[in-house]
Design a protein around this ligand. Structure first.
Ligand SMILES: [Cu+2]
Length: 194
């Protein structure tokens, strides 16, 4: 009976977290876990909250990166399962990317200077950002939820880049799904002013 009560309380706690689709995003950074999920606290024991929170991880909200006011130009980016869609060629400089998450899941955007996606070091389904050459990593806009938009402003010199999502999620049955390996990457070239 006690187990049933704990399960019910866990369900109540989960119900309080709207927009949780059950997928666990494993690449959350330290500050990314939702901290406002305390509405259920006090109604169940510590052990119950521990078992409930394991599957209640949700993507953090959009945290814009860089100073959009300093940008020379703006580019639209659409993230979806499983694609990163933007113009493949545009002017170098300080560029603001207006990123729309058109998918059903949380996604992020990582920008790396590289000729193509196949040249990037991959480990356990993720591009190993630590293994990149110095200066290759340009920046990233961390994961944000389905249906939302976010912005990132970065300095891009004339070069070739790969834009990708580097999330690896764990399905309910423990299966890992790599967004990069599913195809969430695209190649972009920037060029100087003529
Ligand atoms: Cu993704």
């Amino acid at each position: 009976m006690a187990v049933v009560m704990v399960a019910l309380l866990a369900l109540l706690a989960l119900a309080g977290c709207e927009q949780d689709d059950g997928a666990t995003v494993t690449e959350l950074e330290a500050g990314d876990t939702r901290t406002g999920s305390g509405s259920a606290s006090g109604t169940h024991t510590g052990s119950a909250s521990g078992s409930a929170s394991a599957s209640a991880t949700v993507a953090a909200a959009c945290e814009p990166v860089g100073d959009a006011g300093s940008a020379d130009s703006t580019q639209s980016v659409v993230l979806d399962e499983w694609s990163v869609d933007l113009d493949s060629d545009f002017s170098a400089g300080t560029v603001t990317f207006e990123i729309q998450n058109a998918g059903q899941e949380a996604h992020e955007l990582v920008i790396v200077q590289a000729s193509d996606a196949a040249s990037l070091p991959v480990q356990d389904g993720k591009v190993d950002e630590e293994a990149l050459d110095e200066g290759q990593f340009i920046g990233e806009v961390g994961a944000f939820p389905s249906g939302e938009s976010c912005m990132g402003t970065f300095d891009l010199e004339p070069a070739d880049y790969v834009f990708f999502c580097n999330l690896v999620e764990e399905d309910a049955d423990g299966t890992l799904r790599s967004h990069f390996e599913e195809g969430m990457h695209t190649e972009v070239s920037t060029h100087g002013m003529a």
